[in-house]
Design a binder for this molecule. Sequence first.
Ligand SMILES: [Zn+2]
Length: 245
Amino acid sequence: MHLELLPVAALLRMDTELDGLKREAAELSAKVERAKARVQAAEAEVQRVDAEAKACAERQAAVEKQRKVAAERGRNLKAQLEAGALMDYAAALHQQETLAAQINSLDDAILAEMEAADTLVSARAEAVERKGIAEAWLRDSLEGQRRRRPDLELRHKELVVARREQHGQLRAELRRAYDELRDRKKPILVALVGGACAHCRFSAPPQVIHDVQLGQKLLTCRGCGCWLTGVDEPDEAEDAEEDAG
Ligand SMILES: [Zn+2]
């Protein structure tokens, strides 16, 4: 590598670490937000089930009231029949049958509401359990953030100072080129692999490959503008990737 690229490489390491710190801090916050959202969703589910259970209990009470009225009418009719107080006996018998059918169907409705209430009881228990798990996640993510945040902030503070110093020490021309490459999200330092830029695959002429190998000239890739740091054989690059991965 050309000697002038050493401070560039040092600056790039700092910026890479700073990017990593920012990503980590963002991920810590994102974890907390995700856990909060889960707690809220579980809480909303508990409330929804409670509202549904309330409606179910109200429906059941209304049906029970109807059943009570029908049963009362049935008893009155029976008493009148037994007392022989009715003019139209056949009509009274028919009415009695109708009332019995009505009571049957109301019993079915009551049973259905009771079954729905049972289902809601287990749905509520599940939602409460999910809420408990989500709350534990939230506590963990808050604790993780609380433990890690001070170190991140301290390291960030140190790095910002060191980075400013390192950046200021670069020759003006290098500094401008570095900033521009960073703005364009380029890797900044690239190797030639198999005679081409490892980033943009732009082929380098033999003279450039030779010069980069010697490391005595400061050269950039004509495709992406990144500085060329050295020459790798394709196999070496693959091995390096395997080692890294
Ligand atoms: Zn390139």
